[in-house]
Design a protein around this ligand. Structure first.
Ligand code: SF4
Length: 390
């Protein structure tokens, strides 16, 4: 049995290939971390210190906390840390982190509103399928009335919405563990401290919702364990991925970025092949447009003359009108009639792409999927690169 966590299965949902690089092949990422993750980590450690010291009756001043934050930052910061948003630099992020800590301090001083039960906890929970689930709660607290609060510090620069908190998986899974371990809990609230906005978003789940969520998690784990291909899933989060240098969808781009000189870039065989294909497709598109225009002129010519064959020197063009069939929008009735009159087999066809995707998702039963085999095929499609579009 394996160990899973919210971030592990989220990685699979984001991109199965990234999951394979990170958790199966254990590849070393090209970038150790991004500036957002670096700043978030130090803010977490600073707030952890605040509450840890408080347990020992030591109250930190704002200055002491900021000194702690800046000391770790200066010691651990390296130029290798990736700043994705080019309009900002590391200093901007450092200041953001300082502000988060000061705002939090002012809002919660003297930090005695709750009883602290755990900070950056490290626990495991056994799921009904036997796999383990990793529990790491930033701050677990309760009040005197027996209400428990699972708190997570969020350093996102976008304010999250209540709907997002109500459908979030991470803290909800932790609440299953809290429910099991703290039998006196009257309620378990899930709290996002949105540090950039100095606000909290609070959510709660019913037992039924938690049972359903647990089943969904087990289903995703089943999919991960049955996955054979681990396809890439390129999207906006690729900018933050540390495996672009080995990812089939970005490896060539990373190689090209390393060829700083324009001349070397233009000599790349892949660049030339793609340019040639793009040129050919453009010409093909222009020719098709011209063909359509010519056909329209031929139809007009044939109509005016009242003829249905137009003769050239070596070819002749047949110009015939015909009735194109148009099916009703709601096709159920026509399908019913075709089936009733035993004509369905004659006119229906198999949808290959839907069949393919159902097999890949493991949705078809064994008897059907065993009758289907696969052969290697390739598809080449062109699209514009992001930086060209912008
Ligand atoms: S770069 Fe994008 S597509 Fe490639 S592994 Fe990373 S997340 Fe997946």
């Amino acid at each position: 049995m394996a160990e899973y966590s919210h971030s592990k299965i989220s990685t699979f949902e984001q991109c199965p290939k990234k999951y394979k690089f990170q958790y199966i092949d254990k590849e070393t990422p090209e970038i150790e971390t991004t500036i957002e993750a670096f700043m978030g980590d130090i803010v977490h450690r600073t707030l952890e210190k605040l509450y840890k010291d408080k347990k020992f009756q030591k109250e930190n001043s704002k200055k002491e906390l900021l000194d702690f934050y800046n000391k770790i930052w200066d010691k651990e910061f390296s130029e290798e840390i990736k700043v994705v948003k080019k309009e900002f630099n590391a200093k901007n992020y450092k200041k953001m982190g300082e502000k988060f800590i000061l705002d939090y301090y002012d809002r919660f001083y003297p930090f005695d509103q709750f009883i602290i039960l755990g900070l950056e906890t490290e626990n495991k929970m056994i799921l009904p399928d036997g796999n383990k689930w990793h529990i790491r709660i930033d701050k677990l607290v309760c009040d005197k009335e027996g209400n428990y609060y699972i708190c997570d510090y969020k350093t996102n620069s976008r304010m999250k919405l209540q709907e997002e908190a109500d459908s979030d998986r991470q803290l909800a899974m932790y609440s299953i563990w809290v429910r099991d371990k703290f039998k006196d809990a009257k309620s378990i609230k899930l709290v996002w401290h949105m540090l950039a906005f100095n606000k909290d978003i609070i959510s709660e789940r019913t037992n039924e919702q938690l049972e359903k969520l647990q089943k969904e998690v087990i289903e995703i784990i089943r999919k991960i364990e049955n996955e054979k291909e681990f396809p890439t899933n390129p999207g906006p989060l690729c900018d933050y991925c540390g495996f672009r240098h080995i990812c089939p969808s970005f490896k060539h781009m990373v190689e090209l970025e390393a060829k700083e000189e324009v001349k070397k870039f233009k000599e790349d065989e892949g660049v030339n092949l793609v340019e040639e294909l793009a040129n050919l497709q453009r010409k093909k598109f222009e020719l098709e447009e011209e063909e359509e225009k010519l056909k329209k002129e031929l139809i007009l010519f044939a109509k005016q003359k009242g003829i249905d064959i137009v003769y050239g020197s070596n070819f002749k063009a047949l110009v015939k009108d015909y009735k194109k069939i148009v099916l009703p929008e709601d096709k159920e009735e026509i399908i019913f009639l075709l089936k009733k009159k035993k004509l369905w087999d004659k006119f229906s066809t198999i949808n290959y792409s839907r069949l393919n995707s159902s097999i890949k998702k493991g949705e078809l039963d064994k008897e059907i999927s065993e009758k289907i085999s696969f052969e290697e095929d390739w598809r080449v499609s062109l699209s514009k690169r992001k930086e060209i579009e912008e």
